[in-house]
Unconditional design. Structure first.
Length: 294
C-alpha cells in the first residue's frame, strides 16, 4: 500500500469525479484509476461503486476512507517532527477567503516569498465552507476564516482569533436613508457571493428571523465587481468594511442599517496541529493578511 494510492482515494471522495481528482493531483485519469485498483488489490476488496454517478464508496469503502484520513493525518505528523522554529520547507498549502483575496493576495504572496523562500507556497481562494472541508481532508495546511466569536470547528483543528473584522450592508449612495430597516432595504435584491459564503449565510439567517425574503439579483465571485454593481444600482451588497474602505468606489456607496445589523465577526486562523517547521510561515501568512486590513 502506497501513500499515493491513499491520496487517490481521498481525492476521488473529495471531488466525486475521477477526472477532477486526477486534475487535482496533477496526473492522468488512467493513472488515478491504476492507483485505486492498486489500493483495492492490496486490501482485497472493492472500495468504489463505479456504476453510480457521482462515484460512491461501498460500505467497506466508507470504513477504509475514514482510516485513510487517519493514516494521512499521522503521516503528516511524522513529516512535521522538525523544529517549529526551523525554516519552512516543502509544500505549504494555504486558504484565503474569497472576500479578502482581491485586497490582500498580492502583497501576501510577496511577503511569504520573502519570509519563507524555501517553502513551496500555494494559496487557494474560496468560500469558507469549501476551504474548511479541504482543511479537514488534509488538502490544506491552514486557512483564514471570517466568523463569530463563538466559532465552532472540528476537534481535529486549532483556531486562533486574530482581530475584529466588521462587515456592512451597502447600497448606492443616496438610494436609502439611514433610518431604513434592513428588511426594507433588502426588497431591492442582493448582489452577493455564491452559496458557501459565510457573510451571505449570516444575512440570510438574520432576514429569516425577521420574516423577510432573500432575493438574489446577482451572484458574483469578484468583490470589486460586486462593489461596481451595487454602485450602479443593481442591488444591495454585504462586504467586509476593510474592503469598502480600500475601494475607489467608496464615495459612491453607503452603509445601511449599521445599528440594526452589526454582526460580531473576527478574522480567524485555522490549522491542523503539529505543523513543525511550517508553523512560522503559517503565522507569517496570518500576520500579513491581518496587517493589510484597516
Amino acid at each position: 500500500m502506497r501513500i499515493d494510492d491513499i491520496d487517490a482515494l481521498l481525492a476521488v471522495v473529495q471531488f466525486s469525479s475521477l477526472s477532477q481528482a486526477a486534475d487535482h493531483l496533477g496526473i492522468t485519469q488512467s493513472a488515478i484509476t491504476r492507483r485505486l485498483q492498486s489500493l483495492e488489490q492490496s486490501l482485497g476488496t472493492r472500495l468504489l461503486d463505479r456504476q453510480t454517478k457521482p462515484l460512491r464508496l461501498t460500505t467497506v469503502g466508507q470504513r477504509v476512507y475514514q482510516q485513510c484520513l487517519t493514516l494521512k493525518r499521522e503521516a503528516r505528523r511524522l513529516y512535521a517532527l522538525a523544529n517549529e522554529e526551523g525554516e519552512a520547507r516543502g509544500p505549504l498549502r494555504l486558504g484565503l477567503p474569497q472576500s479578502l483575496s482581491e485586497l490582500c493576495l498580492s502583497r501576501t504572496l510577496a511577503g511569504l516569498s520573502a519570509h519563507s523562500a524555501e517553502a513551496d507556497v500555494t494559496v487557494s481562494c474560496g468560500w469558507g465552507g469549501q476551504l474548511l472541508s479541504r482543511l479537514e481532508n488534509l488538502d490544506l495546511d491552514a486557512m483564514l476564516a471570517i466568523g463569530p466569536a463563538n466559532l465552532t470547528i472540528p476537534d481535529t483543528l486549532r483556531a486562533t482569533r486574530l482581530r475584529p473584522l466588521a462587515v456592512g450592508v451597502i447600497v448606492r449612495q443616496g438610494v436609502f436613508s439611514e433610518g431604513m430597516t434592513l428588511s426594507e432595504v433588502a426588497r431591492l435584491g442582493w448582489v452577493v457571493n455564491p452559496e458557501g459564503c459565510g457573510l451571505r449565510a449570516g444575512v440570510i439567517r438574520y432576514l429569516e428571523q425577521q420574516g423577510s425574503p432573500f432575493k438574489v439579483n446577482v451572484e458574483s465571485a469578484g468583490i470589486h465587481l460586486q462593489l461596481q454593481l451595487v454602485a450602479n444600482g443593481a442591488g444591495v451588497g454585504i462586504v467586509p468594511l476593510a474592503v469598502l474602505e480600500n475601494s475607489p468606489l467608496r464615495e459612491s456607496l453607503q452603509v445601511i442599517a449599521s445599528e440594526e445589523y452589526c454582526p460580531e465577526n473576527y478574522l480567524w486562523l485555522l490549522s491542523a496541529p503539529d505543523q513543525g517547521n511550517l508553523a512560522p510561515a503559517i503565522r507569517e501568512f496570518a500576520q500579513l493578511v491581518s496587517e493589510q486590513l484597516p
